[in-house]
Ligand binder design. Structure first.
Ligand SMILES: Cc1cc2nc3c(=O)[nH]c(=O)nc-3n(C[C@H](O)[C@H](O)[C@H](O)COP(=O)(O)OP(=O)(O)OC[C@H]3O[C@@H](n4cnc5c(N)ncnc54)[C@H](O)[C@@H]3O)c2cc1C
Length: 479
């Protein structure tokens, strides 16, 4: 029988979400001794209450909408007939199919010691889980985040869903739903439930949906949601909530109100800090999360933090990306050998239909930061594949540094935008300019031609009147 209390690990990981799992698997794979502590479900938010169930539900919702839109492809429009509970079960079954990748059994088979329970620091070099004390050379805080419960009058006296409850506890189709919050989670789930026959109202405090995006992008998505029957309320700051019969009533901006059978909270994320006793470890943090340097070290250099618990991006792919850096940095004996995190080309996608995909700067952020840029905009209607697929709603905006073809940002709105974005992600990382993208062969007819068309637009700007005069002269000599 092993006595874990005598063990000294290379890495103790707190939290078995994406960041924790990637760091644990990476370190054990390189030969390190790793302990992984999880207080709830293996796989964390992404698998259990986030990306996976939401995208599975969005997939069913898309099919329902395709049936309603069938006339676009020459079929008769039809209202989908379905059992809501069966759709929810399918979502859970899809999730169950992915779950073994993140399971305790799998990680133990890789050689990771998995402990179930809540972890807390008792000193900068010791973590307690249950009655065990684990010691290590390095620690990784990867405890993620949870739904923020807004501080509005009456919130404790009404029933509500969050992302942690809606996927497992909602079985019967509600008549109506208030989605509080118009960020990515609110827009994705609001559209999905609306397509599944729920009367949805999105209540958003900010003046636009998807606040980090440019206004034209947000307006486009808002119009689509409204066309699909969603009531979108902007500049709507929730002030009070109460129960009226079988409905929940939400008051906003003091005078207006909406009511619905259920309320879904999607107003942001709160880092899971409290239980960790970070003071005992001497780790600095604030309400937005644990602070790290560029090496992902906290104020205690042997304690790292990655994923939603940090005050940076809150995505599965950024959690994965930063965990890989932690794996490397834990192994390196000297700071000069450690890798710095580079957040200059972080992509993300909001999986509404159409999708909104983004990397680098949008116009709004570039303007705020005083970055001078040239803008190249391509409508999806200019792309033959989008037209033949009846998917021509959308556009791409590519920003290059002023007077240069170096891409500083790309935003795409359209079908498969999240996949298409990666041409620009690669280009930004490899410093491939928009002009060069135009010179690369793109398969016809694909949606990816959109990137080539943006490149063509850039190249046209290089044709100065003087260059054109020279070409005209050359042609005249060649006739
Ligand atoms: C509805 C929804 C949809 C989303 N969709 C996407 C998407 O499409 N794409 C995308 O990139 N991102 C998406 N996200 C975000 C993504 O889920 C998170 O960014 C990601 O899960 C963060 O991973 P993490 O490892 O930092 O934290 P988590 O996955 O939250 O894992 C942290 C783990 O730590 C555990 N824990 C916390 N405290 C302790 C403690 N003291 N002791 C032991 N264990 C502890 C928790 O139980 C949890 O399992 C979505 C999120 C939501 C809510």
């Amino acid at each position: 029988m092993r006595n874990f209390d005598n063990e000294r690990y290379n890495l103790v990981v707190i939290g078995a979400g994406t960041a924790g799992l990637v760091a644990a698997a990476g370190t054990v794979g390189l030969g390190g001794r790793v302990a992984l502590i999880e207080r709830n479900k293996m796989g964390g938010d992404c698998l259990n209450f986030g990306c996976v169930p939401s995208k599975a539900l969005i997939s069913s919702a898309r099919v329902a909408q395709l049936m309603r839109d069938a006339s676009k492809w020459g079929f008769e429009r039809t209202e989908p007939q379905f059992d809501f509970a069966t759709v929810m079960q399918r979502m859970r079954a899809r999730r169950a199919q992915i779950a073994p990748n993140d399971s305790q059994e799998r990680f133990e088979s890789l050689g990771v010691d998995v402990f179930r329970g809540q972890a807390r620091f008792v000193s900068p070099h010791e973590v307690k889980v249950g009655d065990r004390t684990l010691r290590a050379r390095h620690f990784l805080i990867a405890t993620g985040s949870r739904a923020t419960i807004p501080n509005i009058e009456g919130i404790d006296s009404v029933p509500y869903f969050t992302n942690e409850t809606i996927f497992d506890q909602l079985n019967d189709k509600p008549r109506s739903m208030i989605v509080l919050g118009g960020g990515p989670i609110g827009c994705e789930l609001g559209q999905a439930f609306a397509r599944l026959g729920v009367k949805v109202t999105i209540v958003q405090a900010a003046p636009q949906l998807l606040p980090p995006e440019d206004a034209d992008v947000a307006d486009f998505i808002q119009r689509r949601l409204e066309e699909e029957g969603i009531d979108v309320r902007l500049n709507a700051s929730a002030t009070r909530v109460y129960r009226d019969g079988s409905d929940t009533v939400l008051e906003f901006t003091n005078t207006q109100r909406v009511s619905a059978e259920v309320l879904l909270l999607a107003v942001g994320r709160t880092p899971n800090l409290r239980a960790l006793d970070l003071a005992a470890a001497g780790v600095d943090y604030d309400e937005s999360g644990v602070r790290t340097n560029d090496y992902l070290q906290t104020s205690q250099p042997h304690i790292y933090a990655a994923g939603d618990i940090t005050n940076k991006f809150k995505f599965t792919h950024t959690a994965d990306f930063s965990a890989r850096i932690v794996v490397r940095n834990v192994l390196m004996p000297l700071q000069l050998l450690r890798q710095k995190v580079n957040w200059s080309a972080v992509p993300w996608c909001t999986f509404t239909d159409p999708e909104v995909a983004h990397v680098g700067f949008g116009e709004k952020e570039a303007n705020v930061k005083g970055i001078e840029y040239d803008l190249f905009r391509v409508e999806l209607a200019q792309v033959d594949r989008a037209v033949v697929e009846s998917e021509e709603a959308g556009f791409a905006k590519i920003l290059t540094g002023k007077g240069s073809d170096q891409i500083v940002g790309a935003t795409m709105v359209g079908a498969h935008a999240g996949d298409l974005l990666h041409e620009f992600v690669v280009a930004m990382n490899a410093r491939v300019g928009l002009g060069r993208i135009a010179s690369m062969i793109h398969v016809y007819p694909t949606l990816a031609e959109l990137a080539r068309k943006a490149g063509d637009q850039y190249n046209k700007t290089r044709l100065t009147p003087r260059a054109k005069r020279i070409f005209t002269w050359l042609y005249s000599q060649g006739r």
